[in-house]
Design a protein around this ligand. Structure first.
Ligand code: NAP
Length: 330
């Protein structure tokens, strides 16, 4: 089996930059991502949003930043495996690891976990009756827009997901009601404005779903208005719940790593408690941790500087400046 120096788990911005840095510095590098696409949240959650806090880019669309990071990572030819979810970890007699994924086994001397928020587990609607109608009228993962053709749809939430879905579904549905528990929206004000002006959208703020009703499929939703405590029954064919996502480490929970909630505890060089396993980016916990792309980039640099010496004790002392490296490919 081909053995790699570094295997990076998670193809978001920090994992991509790690793949670029590791392969630039001559480490035999592999990147494993569970989704079919690289880019992490930049692509999956907010591709059309501007990011203003990445060094060197005063303002850049998230999807453009993802593309630049992918371009930078692939330039030095790491091995990239998408569509593979990591499962079991096996430590070999010489201290290297075998990482078993949903479709392959990989061998590596070191691992860096950059899985960000991890698997995207949707936050659930609180009323117990919601469970009965999952995929029979209640959706946490939105089906094709044609599914909502002519339907009366309730979209729940006040973040960008809820606002974007409400606007998109309104193109197919006969009526969309956006239900949000507060008066202010977290999502972009421009989208709120578009929804307010849309002829088939009505917005109910300060309101929450307290019950779901129907015989075999969802037929209606009971709402409470927190301002006057009145309840209202809305006839509805579908509810799209966009309440955000909960961080989840998935199978990494069983790797014997020290955890703080759903984050992995690391030290200065980003080492976990297991030898040769490091972590960086939103998945880590240490005192003063800031969950920013900028800090993730620094953390993966620290991890790789340490890994270089771990792989070859003659190379202790961190990563050399890239301006001193002779790059063969452009
Ligand atoms: P989010 O920003 O966390 O919003 C979740 C929404 O659900 C909040 O409005 C929250 O209400 C509400 N909520 C949570 N629990 C609830 C409950 N039990 N009952 C009723 N309401 C509840 O999640 P998101 O919209 O999925 O966005 C996640 C991230 O991706 C954000 O950073 C977002 O900006 C980004 N994103 C961007 C785009 C884009 O740029 N177009 C698209 C999608 C997502 P409160 O506001 O009261 O807490």
């Amino acid at each position: 089996m081909d053995r790699f120096d570094v295997t990076i788990i998670g193809g978001g911005p920090v994992g991509l930059f790690g793949a670029a840095l590791a392969s630039l510095h001559g480490m035999k590098t592999k990147l494993i991502e569970s989704l079919p696409l690289l880019g992490g949240q930049l692509y999956t959650l907010y591709p059309e949003k501007y990011v203003y806090d990445v060094a060197g880019f005063p303002k850049i669309l998230a999807k453009d930043l993802a593309e630049q990071l992918i371009d930078q990572a692939l330039r030095y030819h790491p091995t990239v495996c998408t569509n593979q979810t990591v499962e079991n970890l096996e430590m070999l007699d010489d201290g290297a690891y075998r990482v078993h994924t949903s479709s392959e086994v990989h061998e590596t001397r070191t691992i860096i976990i950059t899985s960000g928020l991890g698997s995207f587990i949707p936050r659930k609607l609180p009323p117990p009756s919601a469970e009965r109608y999952i995929d029979r009228g209640i959706y946490y993962f939105v089906p094709a827009m044609s599914h909502f053709q002519g339907q009366r749809v309730v979209v729940v939430g006040g973040g960008d997901s809820a606002l974007d879905w409400a606007l998109a579904i309104a193109e197919a549905a006969s009526q969309v009601t956006l239900v949000h528990r507060r008066g202010d929206f977290r999502g972009q004000q421009e989208t709120v404005r578009q929804l307010q002006e849309h002829p088939r959208v009505s917005i109910r703020t300060f309101s929450e779903c307290i019950d779901f009703q129907g015989s075999t499929r969802l037929e209606s939703v009971v709402l409470v208005d927190h301002r006057d405590k009145t309840t209202h029954v809305l006839v509805a064919d579908a509810v799209v719940a966009a309440l955000g996502f909960l961080p989840d480490l998935g199978a990494l929970k069983n790797w014997g790593l020290d955890l703080e909630g759903s984050s992995i505890t690391v030290d200065g060089p980003m080492r976990t408690n297991r030898p040769g396993i490091y972590a960086a980016g939103d998945v880590v916990a240490y005192e003063g941790k800031e969950k920013l792309i900028a800090t993730g980039f620094g953390e993966i640099g620290n991890a790789l500087g340490h890994i270089r010496g771990y792989l070859d004790p003659k190379k202790r002392g961190g990563l050399p400046h890239s301006s001193n490296i002779k790059i063969e490919s452009p």
